[in-house]
Design a protein. Structure first.
Length: 757
């Protein structure tokens, strides 16, 4: 109960701040027309219903549609500009009985209704209304529901966002460990990730098969591989917007699971029935103990994550408090004896208020996040870099000249802390505090029924950098007025004030220096251009093709030396990524299939002298290590009753690497005597990134069976094999130890999950 009181006190503070902020927003465009606000929940668990259709009909004819809306992630719908006093309201959602009610509303009134949909199997003609937000598959955007995670075989109990994201075209990983995602030519530090509106730096675990977002905790994810709207700032590559789900507001549910790879515990339930709830989940890896017995090789890495969410649903206020803690530690290459680690901490809250005295809903987010990573040898920490951030965000809506306008601002106070010993010759240890302000605005305009435009403008600035202007535009065109044929496009400018410096030549380390851009350096920036076409010939069937061009400037890259030594001096490079993604997808009641192919070219260029390259060219052009020309991913999932099975096969072309040219002995003259001392052996490189690793391919298989033991107890069994045919896929070749490092080969697993409702 103490936690409940603390949570409600925090919500009260958020609400007071939101109300105070709202009072500063002038209602220059307030209208006398009525507004109807709906909050839709399900009787199954008392939680908000996302995607419900609401229609207002003429009260007398009960046929003419006068207003429509679709519920958002909070179950909220706002119907504006109502100029009549009587309506017939109909709310419908798949798997629930339709809700019908006559509504009386006075001119200028702002009416709020809370509606509970009853679960049922009644058949009715469903009228699907398109919401304002672009649908999954449009111009770089894919909305991912949590139940889709299970389509990708995962070696442990449950499913995870990491496996699903890696099955999409345009997403590249360096191997099976490291927690690094390269999306359409961008580097990991160029991705922006947030959970419940709170930024998180690196939520992917040292085992690339897992993130901090298991399916049990996630409601859905908006994944933008580029071309994202002005709402998101601070990234030049991609966005992952993760929303956790609220806990069950009516029933207690507890589960525990174990496997040789991962063990987990999960609990959720009401605090006050139909008002507030909690959900919490903790996971920790076990592969380091079982791998030698299962695969015959070491897997010297460990990770854990703990996430939780408190949710409150009031009559005209919805709030949540989110917490996330992660920890990763291990060796990318056991022969190096270098231990890498990183940690995340996220805590904050978000409130959406839609009181009848508010002209528009108001959304406020506040919180604290931190991240650090380090590298140690022999138990002694040699390098450390971290960031702490206080975060406040305000999102508002307005209607100007009958156009909906979304706008807002965020203020963050970042504190950087870096300590380095050796190796980093141009980057010094430092501590720095920087306030950052982001502002944005966007609208949606349909000049005619088949075309929708979403123009926007974003800006950010610090005390050390100039104000940026980042125009954005998204477009959706339906030639025949239906969703059978859709042409979508997105373009915009993107900048960021944070970069991470690492030695991209050395795959044996993923340590990075988190470095704010100073007034002496230009901001990293990018121009995105995306064009896509999708075709839906029938129910559940989708074909799509999408081309993209991304030009990046002022990318910090490591300077090179012709000798094999780690040295992170940096210079600025230009980058160009271009490619095409093709997908075919079928989703039925018991069968799912997806096949995707991605082709891309990523090229960097910089002045040869700045790079420190030993090539006699004034401008040196090269393909960085994440340039993957070809990738194929296929998924198949079949379900029958309580049994399901899934298969994933992936193939990818080799990534660039720098080949060894020769070995020699180095003498430190005159200190060393060539007659008595042979010198120190060192390696000489050939042309940087002039060769490619071999092709990579792998087949994964999983089968799952659920057993009902009692009315309140279930048992779930999973069994599968990762890399079914045991191919030895190379991870990288260590130029320091002259040793080939492979990814984990054949990995069988069994997982058991017990659930009590």
């Amino acid at each position: 109960m103490r936690i409940c009181r603390i949570s409600k006190s925090f919500i009260a503070l958020l609400f007071v701040a939101a109300t105070a902020s709202f009072n500063f927003v002038p209602e220059l465009f307030a209208q006398e027309s009525a507004v109807l606000r709906l909050v839709i929940v399900s009787d199954l668990d008392g939680n908000p219903v996302y995607g419900a259709n609401a229609i207002l009909f003429d009260e007398e004819t009960e046929e003419e549609m006068l207003a429509t809306g679709v519920s958002d992630l909070d179950g909220f719908i706002e119907l504006r500009n109502l100029d009549r006093t009587g309506y017939l309201l109909r709310v419908s959602y798949v798997g629930h009985d339709p809700y019908l009610r006559k509504i009386m509303i006075e001119p200028g009134e702002r009416k709020i209704l809370s509606i509970t949909l009853s679960s049922g199997v009644e058949s009715f003609d469903e009228i699907v209304i398109e919401g304002r937000r672009f649908r999954s598959g449009d111009a770089g955007h894919r909305r991912i529901e949590a139940n889709e995670f299970a389509r990708v075989p995962t070696p442990g109990p449950g499913s995870d966002l990491a496996g699903y994201i890696q099955s999409l075209p345009g997403v590249v990983t360096a191997g099976d460990r490291g927690g690094e995602l390269f999306i359409r030519g961008g580097t990991p530090d160029q991705n922006y990730i947030q959970v419940d509106n709170l930024p998180v730096i690196k939520p992917f675990h040292i085992s690339n098969r897992y993130s901090a977002f298991p399916a049990e905790m996630v409601q859905n994810v908006d994944f933008y591989a580029g071309g994202f709207s002005s709402r998101y700032t601070g990234s030049t590559s991609a966005v992952m917007d993760v929303r956790l789900r609220p806990g069950n507001r009516r029933n207690l549910r507890v589960s525990a699971s174990t496997s040789p790879y991962l063990s987990a515990f999960h609990a959720e339930g009401p605090i006050q029935r139909d008002t507030d709830s909690y959900i919490v989940m903790g996971r920790f890896s076990t592969i380091d103990r079982f791998a030698p017995h299962i695969t015959g090789s070491e897997a010297p890495y460990r990770f854990y994550d703990i996430s939780g969410r408190y949710s409150y649903q009031g009559e005209n206020l919805t709030c949540n408090i989110t917490g996330l803690v992660t920890g990763d530690e291990g060796e990318i290459n056991p022969a190096r004896a270098a231990t890498l680690s990183w940690n995340n901490f996220v805590m904050g809250g978000r409130c959406l208020g839609f009181y009848d005295r508010f002209n528009h809903p108001i959304e406020l987010t506040a919180g604290y996040t931190s991240y650090n990573n380090s590298e140690s040898s022999g138990g002694v920490q040699e390098r450390f870099s971290g960031i702490r951030q206080m975060y406040l965000r305000l999102d508002l809506k307005e209607e100007i000249f009958n156009l909906p306008v979304d706008y807002g601002l965020s203020v963050s106070f970042r504190s950087y802390d870096t300590e380095l010993i050796g190796r980093f010759t141009s980057v010094q240890s430092f501590q720095r505090n920087i306030p950052i302000v982001h502002v944005y605005g966007s609208t949606e305009w349909s000049p005619f029924n088949r075309l929708t435009l979403e123009p926007g403008l974003s800006s950010q600035f610090t005390l050390d950098t100039d104000i940026t202007l980042e125009p954005r535009l998204r477009l959706l065109f339906r030639p025949d007025g239906t969703d059978m044929h859709e042409i979508s496009a997105a373009a915009g400018k993107y900048t960021q004030v944070l970069s991470a410096i690492t030695d991209e030549r050395d795959a044996g380390t993923i340590f990075s220096v988190l470095n704010p851009t100073s007034d002496r350096d230009p901001l990293p920036s990018a121009i995105h251009a995306i064009l896509g076409y999708s075709y839906r010939p029938g129910a559940g069937l989708l074909f799509s093709i999408e081309g993209y061009l991304m030009q990046r400037k002022h990318i910090p890259v490591s300077r090179w030396t012709p000798r094999a030594q780690v040295n992170v001096e940096t210079s600025l490079a230009e980058g160009l990524a271009r490619g095409v993604d093709l997908q075919a997808e079928y989703s039925g009641s018991s069968f799912y299939f997806r096949a995707g192919y991605g082709w891309s070219i990523v090229e960097y260029s910089a002045e040869t002298d700045d790079l420190g390259a030993w090539i006699e060219e004034p401008i040196f052009r090269y393909n960085p290590p994440h340039d993957q020309r070809h990738s194929i991913n296929t998924l198949l999932r079949f379900s029958s009753g309580n049994f399901s099975t899934g298969i994933r096969w992936e193939l990818a072309s080799g990534r660039p690497y720098t080949q060894v040219r020769a070995f020699d002995l180095f003498l430190n003259l005159p200190r060393q005597n060539p007659v008595q001392e042979p010198g120190t052996q060192y390696t000489l490189f050939s042309r940087p990134y002039g060769e490619r690793l071999p092709f990579y391919h792998r087949l994964d298989l999983i089968a799952e069976q659920q057993f009902t033991l009692t009315r309140s107890a279930q048992l779930n069994l999973e069994a599968g094999i990762i890399n079914l045919y045991g191919r030895e896929n190379i991870f990288y070749f260590d130029l320091n130890t002259l040793e080939r490092v492979n990814q984990i080969s054949l990995l069988p697993f069994v997982a058991i999950t017990a659930t009590l409702n």
